[in-house]
Design a protein around this ligand. Sequence first.
Ligand SMILES: [Zn+2]
Length: 385
Amino acid sequence: MRNYKFRLYPNLDQEYKLQNNLNVCKWVYNKFVEQAQKSFLSRNDMNYILTELKQSESWLYQYHSKMLQMVSTQLEGTEKALIELNKKGYKTGQLRFARYNEFRTFTYNQSGFKLNNNKLFLSKIGDIRIKKHRDTPDNIKQVIVTKSKSGKWHACITCELVKMNLPKINFLKSVGIDVGIKSFAYDSDNHSTPNPLNLKKMLKPLVRVQRKVSRRKKGSNNRLKAIQHLQRIHERIVNRRNDFQHKLSSIYANHYDVVFVEDLRIQNMMKNHRLAQSIMDSSWSLFLQKLEYKCKLFVEVPTRNTTMDCSRCGNKVPKSLAVRIHRCDKCNLVIDRDYNASINILQKGLKIFSQNKLPQELRKVTPVEISKRSMKQEANTFRRW
Ligand SMILES: [Zn+2]
């Protein structure tokens, strides 16, 4: 499956209908929540509730019926997420009702849509102008319509791709990546990508507008305007972050077959409650998500001490966060600390595969060969220092 996201340009009448669709889905969603707060709802339960609802509320028939059914997928997702959080030991409250403007997507599944060159037809709504900036396969499975925080409409088109063969994996094209604050990503081929600092730049206006919102009278028009402004800033931050992360992850996915990263859950044990820090955390995990779905082989290496261990001799060199250079007394290795960490990640990752298990037909080169080669190559790289 592959998703394509296109901007929609509905006219006033259509926008009204789209918003109406959202409102109805939200209403159904909240009806489900009401029941789900009492006991866990399966999808069957929800479909049953929906059929009953339709009997008492006949106006529901005006809406695309598959769309109403798909609301259950959303609630199912929320329920699963809650259970997942509980398992990890987080405190979770009850399932919450969706508020206006929090509920921003509805789904047409299997039927009720048709995509042409510059129009998207949605049943019960009509032909909406769409900016189709690239071709899609014919085999469209579903259309998800979303409204952004600032009120822009998009369509996510899910297409089924033709069956593809498993990719051959060349372990000679492996890389380890260390994510950090100074460089957003530092890899074992000694490329570093600086942190874009978008957020820091945006944090000031964000705080300023936030203050504006809280000063204005609740329910007033001016407060509404300030809120809209705030949401535009939020959206811009998200757009910039996504743009940066998509470009960087695409570079790695195109250049390498195997990408190793450190398992961030282990780092997260040293939790830090500063705002900027927590945003960085989420930023990294979003980046890793993108890498994961783009790369041929993506492995989170469960490992500790990647910054401390010397990547050449294994000697332990403890250092505080402020020390940017790794200096080993034993083998005289002197390199950037993040570079050292990324080599450690690569080596530990390759070790996992040299001990096991990847089916032979997937491999072009075995990990054992590559570890020998990478040692030699590293020796060369180090000579430059
Ligand atoms: Zn050393």
